[in-house]
Write a protein that binds this ligand. Sequence first.
Ligand SMILES: NC(=O)c1ccc[n+]([C@@H]2O[C@H](COP(=O)([O-])OP(=O)(O)OC[C@H]3O[C@@H](n4cnc5c(N)ncnc54)[C@H](OP(=O)(O)O)[C@@H]3O)[C@@H](O)[C@H]2O)c1
Length: 329
Amino acid sequence: MKDIKSDVSRPQKVLLAGATGYIGKYVCETLLNRGFEVLSLGRTTINNENDHNFEQISIDLCSDKEMVEFSQSGRQIDAVISCLGSRAGGRKDAWDVEFGANQNLLNLASTIGAKSFVLLSAICVQKPKLEFQFAKIAFENSLIASGINYSIIRPTAYFKSLAGQIENLKAGKAFVMFGKGVETACKPISAQDLSDYICDCVEDPERQNKVLPIGGPGPSINPTEQGEMLFRLLGKKPKFSRVPSTMFHVISTIMAPLALISEKISDLREFVLIGHYYATESMLFWDAKIQKYSSNKTPEYGSDTLESFYREVLKSGLDGHELGDQKLF
Ligand SMILES: NC(=O)c1ccc[n+]([C@@H]2O[C@H](COP(=O)([O-])OP(=O)(O)OC[C@H]3O[C@@H](n4cnc5c(N)ncnc54)[C@H](OP(=O)(O)O)[C@@H]3O)[C@@H](O)[C@H]2O)c1
């Protein structure tokens, strides 16, 4: 454990939003292990009261009023970390959380004089086509313009997002891929490696005032290779089912007129568009000069491998790596 208390020039108290989420839980634990004091703000509470460095306040991050009231409470905070993300994934929720709640956090950070703001964003915002991506970018821009020291972290896919088919394969089903299963790739990163990277940003000036795309240890992997790896670990003969990604396009076109008159259908159509995006776009650095994704230019961090994650999940199940809305992928 690093002894941060003996160095008063280093950040001591971190406000964490999203501590109940998949990555936020790891970030919270990593901060506490490093000796930081953690103040968690959010609507859901965590059972962590035995750690005297941990405090939580139940607050609606989307409520401007509650957040302004809190900012007048005289709290001293050195750094803010946001691991927020829309749980529902619909168009309105995306703006409420990815933009609105983060903007409230930024206002709070400015009012209480926090020195830095670390934002967990996503690499897919490089080529925005979806509502949640536009909301994320709007906040990234607001953060950059605010004048506070910022670190905008844009990770590639999380290991858990590549684990949605494990139970099906165990049950003897085929691995489902879009297109030929080689059109997209990512450099997946583990939750612990990403959390270490996020927490380093609080202390490392080299990581501040930068947009940081980040992947796990390479090389990049495509869906066919993911399926082959899983079948090898399961000791089963590979069996693939190929679905044309144009399927999403056809469904979204059919839904388009109804989406204009119904918010529910508009959200359903957004999920179809999200499906199409992940079936056709890589989670790698987008090289705008050559208009191509580049595996080589996607920075790597950490040491956990997807293969070791798959081995662990095959042995012990997905406990702690719940897939949420990413189940399909
Ligand atoms: N999945 C991937 O492969 C991937 C890759 C790159 C980037 N990302 C991005 O990484 C971020 C974190 O992902 P994750 O999987 O850790 O997210 P997650 O598990 O869904 O957690 C989201 C967090 O945000 C909080 N939150 C959501 N809506 C809220 C609201 N209205 N008010 C207050 N808190 C709210 C949740 O609190 P509650 O517990 O109260 O719901 C939870 O703590 C997201 O922005 C995501 O887009 C994901």
